[in-house]
Structure formats: C-alpha cells, structure tokens
Write a protein that binds this ligand. Sequence first.
Ligand code: GP9
Ligand code: MN
Length: 632
Amino acid sequence: MYKFNDSTNIVHKIIHSFVKNLDILFFVILVTLKVLFYGKQIATNFFSYKYIMSPVIASVLIIVGISLLFKNKRRTRFLYILNIIISIFIIADLAYFRYYKDIISIGAIRNAFLLGGVASSIGSLFKATDILYVIDIILFIPLMRFYKKANRKENKLVTRVVLAAVIIFGAGALNNISISKLAKDQPGLLHTMSNRIYITKVLGSINFHAIDAYQFTKNTINNMKPLPKEKENQIKSVFNDNLKSETNNLKGKAKGKNLIVIQVEALQQFVINAKVEGKEVTPNLNRWLKRSRYFDNYFYQVAAGNTSDAEFLSNNSVYPAASGAAYYLYSGNKFNSLPKTLGDEGYYTAAMHGYKNGFWNRNVMYKAQKFDDFYGETNYKIDDKVGLGLSDKSFLNQSLEKMKSFKKPFYSFVVTLSSHFPYDDVEGYEKDEKFNVGKYEGTFMGNYLKGIHYADTQLGMFLDKLEKEGYMDDSLIVLYGDHNAISKNYIQQLYDFVGEKEPNDMKWYQLQKVPMFIHFPKDEHKGVDHTYSGQIDLYPTLANLYDLPKEYMLGNDLFNSKNTKVTFRNGSYTDGKVFYVSWTGDYYDIKTGKKIPENEKVKLEKEKSLKDLQASDDFLNHNLIKKLNIGK
Ligand code: GP9
Ligand code: MN
C-alpha cells in the first residue's frame, strides 16, 4: 500500500503533500478551464478572460473550501461528483444556448417536461466537441483508484474547519467584488435575471446557477406575500400610461367580423420578397401582404417560452416571463386576453394547432385564456406528416373544414408547425414541389428556405380557399411569424444571405423582425406601415378595431400611436431612431448605424423599458387581474 507522510525527507514531504492534494489541484484547474471555455463558447462578440477569471476562480475555490470540511476520501468523492454535475450543466447549457440563445434556469427546468416533444431537434444541438467537457471524468478514475488504496494522513477536524473557513470567506469576498460591480453597472439585472447570457459571461457559469437558484427561491417566497397597495397603484399607472392613444383611427372598424389570426412557425422577415435562383421564397405571402396593411418593422419579443411566448404576447399584451415560460408559470392566473374579451362580445373562440395538446402547456393555458375550444393533435387526422408532426397542408385543410362549422362571429387562433427547426425534413417539404435553392442546397439556410417555401405554399392555398369560400368579406385575417428561424450559431449563414459584411449587435437586432399583416375585407387599408412595433402591440391594435375594452395592456394600438417603442425581454429597446442593446449597454443611432453615447433621453427610455418589464412581472406574479377582480 502507498503510504503518505512516512518519510522524514523534506523533498519527499513536499511531493507527498502534492500527491495527496492532487484531487484539489485537478478540480481547480479543470473546472476553471471548463467554465472559462464554456463562457467563450456562449460569447458572441466580446469576451474577456481577464474580466471573468476572478469570479470563476472564486466560485471554484468556494466549492474547494466546502470540500475541505470532509475527510480525504469523502472530499475526493465530493469534488469528483461536483465536477460531473458542473460538466453536465455546461453541456446542457450549451445545447440550450444553441437553440434558445439563453442559459438554463430553474424556471426553465421546472417546465422541462414540456420540451419532451422536440427530442429529435434537441439531439441535433449536441456537438462532438462537447465530449471534451467530460473526458477528464474518465481520466480521473485511475487517480480515484490510487487514492482508494493510498493511505492519506487525515487533518484534524479543527484544522479542516479553519482551512475551509479561510478559503470560503476569502473566495467569497473575492467573488463579491465581481457581483457588486455587476449590480452597480447594470442595476436590476441580478434581480430580474433577464439577461442570463450577460451574467454568465461576466460571472461564470457556477455563479450564474447559484444566483439563479437563490433568486428563484427568493421570488417563490416573495410572491407568496401580498403586494403592498402603493406598489399596486404604481403598476396600474404603468399600464395606464401605456394605453394612451392619440387618435381614434379605424375604431370599431372590424366590429362583428370574424377574426382569423395565423401564427406561423419560424417565419422571419428576411424571406419576405427575397428571391433565390430568380424565384420568390414566399410568393403567396408577398401577394397577400400587398393586399393588406403590412407592418415591416415588427419584432418578435419572445423569451424562453418561444412559440408559446409569441402566443402569450399576441393574445395578452403583457411581457413573457423573465425566466421560464409564461405558459407554464402563469397557467393558474386569470387573464384579460383577446379570446376573453371577444368571448364577452358573444364570439366563439377556438385555438387550433396540430401538435401534442399538452406541449407548452397549451391544453391548460388555452383554457386559462378563455378559448372556448382547443383543437389539438387529438382532434386532427394525422394523415400527412412533415417535420415535427401533422403537415401544414393537412392541418390547414382540416382547420378550414372545422371553421365552416363554427358559429359566427368567431375568433380562430391558428398556429402552424411544419417550418420548425432544424428544417431537415426536406423530403417532406418537397413532396409536391421542388424548390431550387441553388448554392444553399444542403445547408441549414437552404433547408430553412425550403421549409418556409413549403409553409408559404400551404398558407397561400389556405388564404385563397378562405377567399373562395367568402370568408374574406366578413373576416379580418392577421398573419405573423412567432420568432426567429436562424439562431445565433447559424447567424453567419443569415449574414451571407442578406449580404451583411460588417455585422454588429444592432444589425443582428434589425434582422430579428417577423412579418405581420392585417387583411381587411375588400383589401381596404392596404399599404406598408413602417411603424416600429412588436407582438405586444397586436392585442391593443385589434382591441381598437373590434372596439374592445383596452385594459391591462402594455403594447400600442398601431393605428393610433405616434410614439411607438419596442421593449425586449432582456431590457433592450428601440423606438425606430435609437437601438439600445442591453447585453453590451450600447446605444446605436439607427440612421447612421453608429454607436452614440448615453444621454438623458435615451437613459430615461431605457429605464422606462425596465419599469414596463417590472410592472408586467409584478402583474403576473401576483395574479393581479384575479386580485383586482377585473371583468368578473
Ligand atoms: C410545437 C411548436 C414548437 O407545438 O409550437 O414550439 P417551439 O419549439 O418553436 O417553441
Ligand atoms: Mn415556434
């Protein structure tokens, strides 16, 4: 058996103590490297090892400090298990980041089961290089074996406790310097956790997850407490300030008419009017938006809830959750949603989507939002599959048949599916028509173009059939994209497609638009509208057209607001003149494309956006509609 400390020779003593503590040395070096390397991987533009080094080492040392409380064998095992846990977190975070451009939070884990349905696409998010994060865990096994046989001299309990305390407090103080600096530079960020990537980038992954766990626990406890009256009034005033509209354009214009809202999967703006090999990518949408009021500066505002957030924003005009999916977190709330207020006017309301009924908690959430019926996968004949499930072709055909039986007036909320990431069912997309994408053939972008071209064909047929059946005369049709199609890890392909040679954060943001159009009977009010707007504005706009009560909405009525503004969940905002990018803290002048220094006006706008987000969060966290008993 190998014996430590059985030599009196000083050199041997040093060697022995080195070998004895190899587990700590390996842990510190390897975990630090992993966290740093991971930080670099999720950083898109700027990343500084110098900046992140201190909080990363501090967080690793805190763990080492805790491990010192244990006796040798337990300590080694503790560090080994923590290395495994941290590595798994990093790999899962990376996969999540590749898809959502975000980091996993406890709120998201809570609804992780909702993601079960997209297992096939999640598989494609792992990369072979991810193995590097776990390779040391296997290489560690011989050291573990050696330690098992070796007889390491134990430190006394007092020595262990003192050593642990010194390291934990020392590293804690070091860590606190970085955390306080961030709290000072970006007030509110650590509280709302709205910009998780930024936090991870400056504090490291271990700190991020520790803060997330702390905030989650704190929020859960806080939300149990009642909201002070004064806070309630503050929230009310934020909502009321947002609802001021200057004019009465088109008020009640659609009263009594049916409403068909089509939310299209991954329909991003850049494909509109774009051509590939001389052919339009979306010829049908291009044709219909010319006959409609087309908003070409409309942004998606979704957060981790993705498709469900787009639904939530569009039907409720409040922001999605700062962490996790609103459709999950707030499914127990009372809502003043579009289906609710139209329902109050005697409308029949139905949500239609050909995928698993429970996905994104839809079966629960459509009820909470007061849709009369939900037609989910179980209500459709799954006779044709493309991508994730029922094809848009069959789904839209069957939906039209269902709509024919709806009592008028009705509101149908139709959510498509086929053009879903990773767009690899090319065979399915090209079942009826081959779409030649030339040099993009076989690429991620090429596949997306085929997918969205397929969706466009089906939507064209659907809209033409609606017209043929006479629905266009007594209905308003709204169509928009739910969120982006090209995530940041494929962004170069998008820059190449649009010919962007010098990308920056503002240019990236300007590409995060989704088309939105409203078609009126007889093609009335058609034309392009450049108003800067987003998904939160749909409900107030429709509330004006249908003359519904405008209460508890945070968006703008796009026919009656001059000064519109788009606030994103991470605190970024744009008013069409300035673009503020929260993760770098930079302001851009949209006209010149250049950065501008902060001034009083833009600073106030930035703060106003944060106030809106906070009011939305408080409103939802405290289930205020129920509490205030609005619209009983
Ligand atoms: C599935 C679909 C996908 O029902 O809406 O949601 P997404 O993955 O795009 O958020
Ligand atoms: Mn989607």
